[in-house]
Ligand binder design. Structure first.
Ligand code: I6G
Length: 704
């Protein structure tokens, strides 16, 4: 996620919007992972999303959504299976990514229990298997049912399938009357490879990775298919119990082992964090040769009485944590370089890779950024990768970190095929054949075709309908591509004539594949609703280079209404004179953005497209919040020192909402300095200039 605002800098409105986006993204990832067995993002990306969600919720607890992803575990069970309500909730584990976070985990436990830092505290440490969790219920020693985790409360009834797994006993001796054994179903590497060979021989799609294969195999409606799949099971925990298994985690694991469950042989007892981290490194070293996938190490407080005292947060136990391995790397062959053309005409090279699993996801594309990157240079012309250029046929190292798009980290020159030629970056657009030029100071080459370039036109349309722009329900990127391809929507204005053209008559939307009466009417209705649009949103939706969401709103606020803005932009066309000066002088504008704006509106085809669009719209003027009566309206204020009742970003947002201008430095124009503890040179300067200085409490009293 590039351009992400630090959590401490988020305004309340931004935080709210981001929590919505995160809930959707995490929900989608959960569904893909748990219900469809087809993960769409890597574990590292998933972790990044959940961490960000948690951080925003921690900072704005009142914004926590009722459907917050932090309150959910996994996905609701799929429809195909019967459901089983877990007697004891199946939770997940919180994650640590660094040694420091493991130390913090230990510190927080000691603090909670009132233990001194040097007091002995034992933990178990064991590999975290990358499979899927299963809960198996035994009553009087007989297996009665088995359920997947589902959403943690209700799982899928996979009893018949679980019974086919050799590691899961049907009958137990010397077990409590009621015993729910929990653990991980997984597939070993050798079995996975053999299964995929069989799949391919039978003309079936191979599985992307062992976890998918295990999940797909367990969640078969026909248990005979599961029987033919070589699944394994490690027990690591328990749910409902009629009598305690033991007094410690380690003894409980040993007890499960003694009643015929496989438990992981790398489970060890460690004293404090030094021992835990040492065991983590040992397991990490053995990872490649274990014969099954693991994605980290799980630490648990050993003493079960202490586990009981520590208890649970909403979805995770306080007494356990998963220490995850860092993002994975993988080597593969670069099969080709495709050039994609974006909304602003940028030609982006994309590596076409021989598919390879990286961090649990099959990767077949990676970004190559721009032509300099391929040539082994950075933006300043300095060497990267020791100056090695990337050629088709090269053996390349791919990595996935927190980003959505995989990247190429390195290449192995010793494996370069003979005759591999340096890549010739095209100087014509591969989509429309127009010249592609690279302006001075620009890292990317751009197609000069403008709207005649189909790639630019369709990308602009996708941006136009995107969530932060027109956000038309039922009209997403996929539909826009199809409508563009078929000539139904070529420009934004066409969206608003869609019903006139395809609501009645010979060719109708409702008769298209994938559409019906209801969905077509819903789309027409959704389009109708967006005929009225705020000025700032419209400007952003046009997708003008350098003019982002915040800038669009700022411009809208400056000019107020669309007609005034258009007149000003036209007057600024010579890129000089009073109208130009006014434009460039808008706070936060600058010449690059101003030039881009004026040029876009002066470009004939682009302008015709904008005018045709606005003829269908009612554009709502932008108004500043009503600050009449605000004691700080129009005043320039500066915050310095530590604020104790709110973050700096929050203070700034509130001051601006009340009509104040917040500045970072004290000058003769400053009206008020709000100084917290630790205020230094600014307070002194304010005193020298005779600027009024107040503390945080006085400021809060002032703004009410
Ligand atoms: O998701 C998990 C993986 C491994 C676990 C777990 C585990 O122990 C090795 N243990 C617990 C208690 C939970 N989830 C809730």
């Amino acid at each position: 996620m590039t351009g992400k605002v630090a959590v401490t800098e988020l305004t309340e409105e931004q935080a709210k919007a981001e929590l919505v986006r995160l809930a959707l993204a995490i929900g989608k990832a959960n569904d893909a992972y748990h219900a469809k067995d087809a993960p769409e993002i890597s574990d590292a990306e998933y972790d990044a999303l959940t961490l960000r969600n948690a951080a925003i919720e921690a900072r704005f607890p009142h914004l926590k959504r009722s459907d917050s992803p932090s309150e959910q575990v996994g996905a609701a069970p799929s429809e195909g299976f019967g459901k089983i309500q877990h007697k004891v909730r199946m939770l997940s584990l919180s994650n640590a990514f660094t040694d420091e976070e493991v130390e913090e985990f230990d510190t927080s436990i000691r603090k909670y229990l009132g233990l001194a830092p040097e007091a002995p505290l034992a933990y178990t440490a064991e590999p975290k298997i990358d499979g899927l969790s299963l809960s198996i219920r035994y009553e009087n020693g007989r297996l009665v049912h088995a359920a997947t985790r589902g959403d943690g409360e209700v799982g899928e009834n996979v009893t018949a399938n679980a019974r086919t797994i050799a590691d899961i006993p049907e009958q137990l001796d010397a077990a409590p009357d009621v015993l729910e054994v929990r653990g991980e179903v997984y597939m070993a590497h050798a079995d996975f490879d053999a299964l995929n060979i069989r799949q391919e021989a039978q003309g079936q799609k191979p599985f992307a990775n062992p976890r998918n294969a295990a999940a797909g195999s367990l969640r078969q409606l026909d248990a005979e298919i599961t029987r033919a799949r070589p699944l394994k099971f490690f027990a690591y925990a328990w749910g409902d119990l009629s009598a305690p298994l033991a007094e410690t985690q380690m003894e409980a694991i040993n007890r499960l082992n003694s009643i015929r469950f496989s438990t992981n042989p790398l489970t060890e007892l460690c004293d404090g964090t030094a021992g835990m981290l040492d065991h983590y490194r040992q397991i990490e070293q053995q990872r490649a040769t274990l014969g099954y996938d693991i994605d980290g190490v799980v630490y648990k407080v050993n003493d079960l009485a202490l586990q009981g005292r520590l208890g649970f947060r909403s979805t995770t136990p306080r007494w356990a944590i998963a220490h995850k391995f860092p993002a994975e790397l993988a080597w593969t062959r670069l099969e080709g370089i495709d050039i994609q053309v974006g909304r602003t005409g940028a030609l982006s090279p994309v590596a076409r890779l021989h598919p390879v699993t990286v961090g649990g996801v099959v990767v077949s594309n990676a970004t190559l950024h721009n032509e300099d990157y391929i040539a082994g240079r950075d933006a300043k012309g300095d060497e990267i990768r020791g100056g090695k250029d990337i050629r088709i046929g090269d053996w390349v190292q791919v990595y996935r970190a927190g980003d959505v798009i995989p990247k190429i980290a390195d290449l192995d020159l010793s494996k370069r095929p003979e005759g591999a030629e340096p890549f010739q970056f095209p100087n014509r657009c591969p989509e429309c054949g127009s010249e592609a030029i690279r302006e001075d100071g620009d890292a990317v080459r751009r197609c000069t075709g403008g709207l005649i370039c189909p790639a630019q036109a369709v990308e602009k349309l996708k941006h136009f309908v995107s969530r932060a722009a027109f956000d038309i329900e039922g009209l997403g990127a996929k539909q826009v591509e199809q409508f563009y391809r078929d000539g139904w929507i070529k420009t934004p204005a066409d969206i608003f004539t869609l019903q006139d053209r395809y609501g009645t008559g010979k060719q109708q939307l409702k008769n298209r594949e994938g559409w019906g009466d209801k969905s077509a009417n819903n789309l027409f209705q959704a389009i109708e609703e967006k005929r009225k649009i705020p000025f700032g949103k419209l400007l952003f939706a046009l997708g003008i280079r350098h003019v982002g969401e915040a800038a669009s709103n700022m411009i809208a606020l400056h000019y107020g209404d669309w007609d005034t803005f258009i007149a000003a932009i036209d007057a600024a066309k010579p890129l000089e004179g009073p109208a130009w000066d006014e434009l460039v002088g808008i706070d936060g504008m600058g010449t690059i953005m101003a030039t881009s704006l004026v040029t876009a509106f002066a470009q004939e085809a682009e302008r015709a497209s904008i005018d045709a669009l606005t003829a269908h719209l009612t554009i709502e003027p932008a108004t500043r919040p009503d600050t009449t009566g605000s004691p700080v309206a129009g005043k320039t204020v500066v915050f310095t020192g530590t604020l104790e009742k709110m973050t700096r970003a929050e203070a700034k947002a509130r001051a601006e909402a009340m009509g104040a201008k917040v500045s970072g430095s004290v000058s003769s124009k400053t009206d008020l300095l709000i100084a917290g503890p630790g205020a230094g040179s600014k307070a002194k300067k304010a005193a020298d200039l005779g600027v009024e200085v107040i503390d945080e409490d006085a400021w809060l009293d002032l703004i009410g």
